[in-house]
Ligand binder design. Structure first.
Ligand code: NAD
Length: 428
């Protein structure tokens, strides 16, 4: 376990380093708040970082060692909360940025959590179910000492799902000798998961898009929407927006994009993805090379819901939209965000737009601890109330400080976390 440096290594210090991107936005917001140097350092530096070696016996009998991380950015407002990502390009700076974003996100929607994030460097497409299970169990055992329902509560992220969470929950429970459902969220409902959790982030994106559209005096039926990512956030978000009457003209995944100017039949698109594992081959649309190209289509709304660094100084000038609702974490770099503001594009930032997931994770954690489970209707209504209130809170701060929604969300979040430090004092 080690203390994190305050900034990323200089070799990664560029526009595409999400930790530096986050730090830049943090400092702009902190300037508006007049935050002193000491608190700035406390709030930027991750509280704790852990790197673990994960030895795994592969199906062919060989032994391979994977690397796993868990970063706890800040636990002043409550247990850390944040997903676990499996991908070949996972790195500590990315995990740090994602953990910090979770701190700000939890503060924006005012749920009593701090921010954490985890990741394992691996390529899940090249691993069997049994290898994935072994990685998950050994990773959990490795970071066990810093986990717990009152310490740090993981959830799914890119390439992890409710099965991963079930293995994590089981491994933790076996170690502590009691079934501890509140150790993770995003679990199967049969294991103490919550109704509405799978759809929560996509539903939050749809609700936030609705509120932002009102600000722009646009109606769903007048809006062409380009969605990047066809997974949990993008796929479900696009489906729910389709139901609300939006025209989803394009959706992409890591293999390519599809386009239909008349609007895609989202239930049919998702049924195709379920069957063949990718968008490619869907008949009622034109195939496009990739998600990046599709972002440049003329449209009213873009929902980037795949991964970070998709709208950058390299393509921002070619973006032709009025509204961006960030389903993914960090899809627009800090530099590109500035240009989007100058172009008059309304950008609803990730730490607000995709907070539906952590909000329902909070409901799941509450239900597990109460041992009393809510109906899907109660979950969805409670989610809607929080998302709408949070949108209004951020819009009010944006008006008060005359800043973008992104900077406003940071101002709101940083102020809430700084207030906790002022009230608690610093333990010595
Ligand atoms: P997922 O694994 O379910 O789906 C990711 C999708 O993005 C897949 O369709 C994949 O093919 C596609 N993709 C990957 N690279 C792409 C590229 N370059 N161009 C186009 N498509 C690409 O993951 P997810 O859970 O939907 O997460 C997506 C993003 O949303 C991540 O940034 C994640 O951190 C963020 N997020 C997820 C949740 C959640 O509850 N799942 C909550 C908040 C934020």
């Amino acid at each position: 376990m080690s203390q994190a440096p305050a900034v990323a290594p200089p070799s990664l210090a560029d526009e595409f380093n999400p930790f530096l991107s986050m730090a830049q936005l943090f400092n702009t917001a902190a300037d508006h708040l007049g935050l002193d140097e000491g608190l700035r350092e406390v709030l930027q530096r991750p509280d704790r970082e852990m790197t673990v070696a994960i030895p795994v016996q592969m199906d062919n009998g060989s032994l391979k060692v994977f690397t796993g991380y868990r970063v706890q950015h800040n636990f002043s407002r409550g247990p850390c909360k944040g997903g676990i990502r499996y991908a070949p390009d996972v790195n500590l700076d990315e995990v740090r940025a994602l953990a910090a974003w979770m701190t700000w996100k939890c503060a924006v929607v005012d749920v009593p959590f701090g921010g954490g994030k985890g990741g394992v460097i691996c390529d899940p497409r090249k691993l069997s179910q049994s290898e994935l299970e072994k990685i998950t169990r050994r990773y959990t055992a490795g970071i066990m000492d810093i986990l717990g329902p009152d310490r740090d509560v993981p959830a799914p992220d890119v390439n992890t799902n409710e099965q991963t969470m079930a293995w994590l929950m089981d491994t933790y429970s076996m170690h502590v000798r009691k079934t501890t459902t509140a150790i993770v969220t995003g679990k199967p409902i049969a294991l103490g998961g919550s109704h509405g959790r799978t759809e929560a982030t996509g539903r939050g994106v749809m609700l936030i898009a609705r509120e932002a559209m009102k600000k722009l005096n646009l109606r769903p039926q007048d809006a062409r929407v380009v969605v990047q990512g066809a997974g949990n956030v993008g796929g479900i978000g696009a489906m729910l927006m389709h139901r609300e009457g939006y025209k989803i003209v394009s959706i992409s995944d890591q293999y390519g994009a599809i386009y239909n100017e008349k609007g895609l039949d989202m239930p049919a698109v998702l049924a195709h993805v379920k069957k063949v594992g990718r968008l490619e081959g869907y008949k009622e649309a034109t195939a496009m090379k990739g998600g990046q190209e599709a972002l440049e289509l003329p449209c009213e709304v873009i929902v980037p819901a795949a991964t970070e660094n998709q709208i950058t100084t390299q393509n921002v000038e070619r973006i032709k939209t009025r509204l961006i609702v960030e389903g993914a974490n960090g899809p627009c770099t800090a530099k590109a965000s500035k240009i989007l503001d100058e172009k008059g594009v309304l950008v609803v930032p990730d730490i607000l737009a995709n907070a539906g997931g952590v909000t329902v994770s909070y409901f799941e954690w509450v239900q597990d601890r109460m041992g009393y489970f809510w109906s899907e209707e109660r979950v969805n209504n409670s989610l809607e109330a929080i998302m709408v209130k949070s949108f209004d809170d951020v819009a009010n701060v944006a008006q008060k400080y005359n800043v973008s929604m992104r900077i406003a969300a940071y101002i709101l979040a940083i102020d809430r976390v700084a207030t906790v430090y002022r009230l608690r004092g610093v333990f010595a």
